[in-house]
Write a protein that binds this ligand. Structure first.
Ligand SMILES: Nc1ncnc2c1ncn2[C@@H]1O[C@H](COP(=O)(O)OP(=O)(O)O)[C@@H](O)[C@H]1O
Ligand SMILES: [Mg+2]
Length: 349
């Protein structure tokens, strides 16, 4: 049995977004939801027990890391900087993992958007108008699925807004609580068979702040892919991202260079528009990290993202190099998982 999550979730979220939201926020049910929820329950998910999400203690040491119920492996896609292509890579990596596994059956892949202030997954995955997520009988959110990938994003829980211009204005504690809910209050095993996801790809927000810290402290992450463009400004932030993940013991799979070059249609010379990839190689070398691949700048990558059709599900000739590189990255990620032994941790969610 599934129930609509939309009313309670939307009402609480509506109250917590910026001043440009519609007048419907003043209805009575919204007011009631606000009093009941706020900081402890920013997504407005109806209460459920029996295995509540861990909370970050205000004093003392960090909480015990755990695994997310219904998820076998987690890979995060991150970088210190915004606009370098994390979300685009995360979506295409999820799709690449679908076709590059050596499992004897189709793998089960999920994509979780942890960018609270700038969620991109609904648009990238063509789920902007897919409606609100449902709740299962345990009051867990049921992911929305497209292109064979299950997804969850705070973007699904925001009120309908044709311009998409209502900002989420939350303080640190609320952001961390929302992250916990997105980590532990989603039923990734929904659907036929109730089977676990093989891999959950997490699309991170830019920076080295609350979200990165919450994730690193609460959840055992199997590996991180750091995305960067070749400019110094991006590489400096990528280094910070790597440093942060080291601090919270998230193992690094490698670096991925995005927008490394552009080849125009009338010549075959690759132009390194954002600077020499040698700087990127040097950064990878200094950090002792593998280079997982170099993705060119291709208009069908951005057009496909805007249209909800990531390059991995397109067949355009111009996207061939990107698809081939992403398949290679997918194989390397599977390979990474197969070489790791998973520590015996508790499961939450
Ligand atoms: N390889 C690429 N070629 C062309 N456009 C790209 C490429 N990678 C990303 N983009 C575009 O760059 C913009 C920023 O990408 P996005 O994935 O949202 O970055 P981030 O998540 O790091 O903020 C988007 O418009 C996206 O379509
Ligand atoms: Mg993004």
């Amino acid at each position: 049995m599934q129930r609509q999550a939309s009313a309670p979730i939307l009402s609480s979220v509506r109250l917590l977004i910026g001043p440009s939201c519609s007048t419907s926020v003043r209805t009575r049910s919204i007011h009631t939801s606000y009093r009941l929820r706020s900081h402890e329950n920013p997504l407005g998910i109806p209460r459920r027990n029996p295995n509540p999400a861990p909370t970050l203690p205000r004093r003392g040491g960090p909480p015990q890391k755990s695994r997310i119920k219904g998820v076998k492996q987690i890979v995060v896609v991150a970088s210190g900087k915004g606009g370098v292509g994390k979300s685009t890579v995360a979506a295409n990596l999820a799709l690449s993992l679908l076709t590059t596994s050596s499992l004897p059956r189709p793998p089960r892949i999920g994509l979780l958007d942890l960018d609270i202030f700038g969620p991109s997954v609904p648009k990238l995955m063509g789920l902007e108008n897919a409606g609100d997520p449902q709740l299962n009988e345990d009051n867990k959110l049921i992911p929305l699925q497209n292109h064979g990938v299950k997804t969850m994003s705070i973007g699904y829980l925001l009120p309908p807004n044709p311009e998409n211009d209502s900002p989420v204005v939350w303080r640190g504690m609320m952001v961390m609580k929302a992250v916990q809910q997105l980590l532990f209050d989603v039923d990734w095993t929904s659907g036929q068979g109730k089977e676990d996801l093989d891999v959950l790809v997490i699309d991170m927000p830019p920076g080295t702040g609350d979200v990165q810290l919450s994730l690193g402290q609460l959840v055992y992450v199997d590996g991180a892919v750091i995305v960067s463009t070749p400019q110094d400004v991006a590489l400096v932030d990528a280094r910070k991202g790597v440093g942060m993940f080291h601090k919270v013991s998230i193992p690094m799979i490698g670096l991925l260079l995005n927008m490394s070059h552009f080849t125009c249609s009338s010549c075959s010379t690759p132009h390194e528009l954002f600077g020499s990839s040698a700087k990127f190689e040097k950064a990878a070398n200094d950090l002792k990290l593998d280079v997982l691949g170099r993705l060119p700048l291709v208009t069908s990558v951005s057009d496909g993202g805007d249209a909800g059709r990531p390059i991995m599900v397109q067949s355009s000739k111009v996207g061939r190099e990107v698809r081939s590189t992403m398949r290679d990255v997918g194989s390397k990620v599977w390979d990474w998982f197969s070489r790791r032994s998973v520590p015996n941790l508790g499961v939450r969610g």
